[in-house]
Design a protein around this ligand. Structure first.
Ligand code: MN
Length: 202
């Protein structure tokens, strides 16, 4: 079964002014679509074609590079759209308590995640995860890798993933990755993050 591009769960302009409409259109319709198309082309007629996206990601290190990169790209972007929202709210309950206990405050979490994501050399992703010990941890991955992959330096279940490829911010923010990282906290979907947290802790 071929993989398909999921619909954005909101309008292209929903995240304005923090993430602009033009960026969202190109990012979703062109970049994410390309990962899906290239993934389908890379697995056509191969044993990988019978695997789910999660199964592919879990064994990324054993896959041919085009399958690893495009499966990661498809998983990461599908995840990314869902953890963004125009009305994201704030963390509450057990997640808020854990953030405060682990990082000291929500602001401290933002600072540390932004520093990690800003420091990711070249293209990649910044992540907040629940690690193998059940603890919140900040990490980053290069290219389209993610913390679910067997090849990840720091493994765990993603709660937040922030795309720091230039295609995610360059039209509006040009070279100013830190400005994009500051702005994106205005559109984090904390309900979705809490869902991921509950599942990871469950
Ligand atoms: Mn991207």
């Amino acid at each position: 079964m071929a993989f398909t591009l999921p619909e954005l769960p909101y309008a292209y302009n929903a995240l304005e002014p923090h993430i602009d409409e033009e960026t969202m259109k190109i990012h979703h319709d062109k970049h994410h679509q390309a990962y899906v198309t290239n993934l389908n082309n890379a697995i056509e007629g191969k044993p990988e074609a019978s695997k789910t996206l999660e199964e592919l990601v879990a064994v990324a290190g054993t896959l041919p590079k085009p399958v690893r990169n495009n499966a990661g790209g498809h998983w990461n972007h599908s995840f990314f759209w869902e953890i963004l929202s125009a009305n994201g709210g704030a963390p509450s309950g057990a997640l808020a308590d854990d953030i405060n206990a682990t990082f000291g405050s929500l602001d401290a979490l933002k600072e540390q995640l932004n520093a990690k994501a800003a420091g990711q050399f070249g293209s990649g992703w910044g992540w907040l995860i629940v690690n193998k010990d059940g603890k919140l941890e900040i990490t980053s991955t290069p290219n389209q890798d993610n913390p679910l992959m067997d090849v990840a330096e720091v493994k765990g279940t993603p709660l937040i993933g922030i795309d720091v490829w230039e295609h995610a911010y360059y039209l509006k923010y040009q070279n100013k990755r830190p400005d994009y990282l500051k702005a994106i906290w205005n559109v984090i979907n904390w309900n979705k993050v809490a869902e991921h947290y509950a599942k990871a802790k469950g």
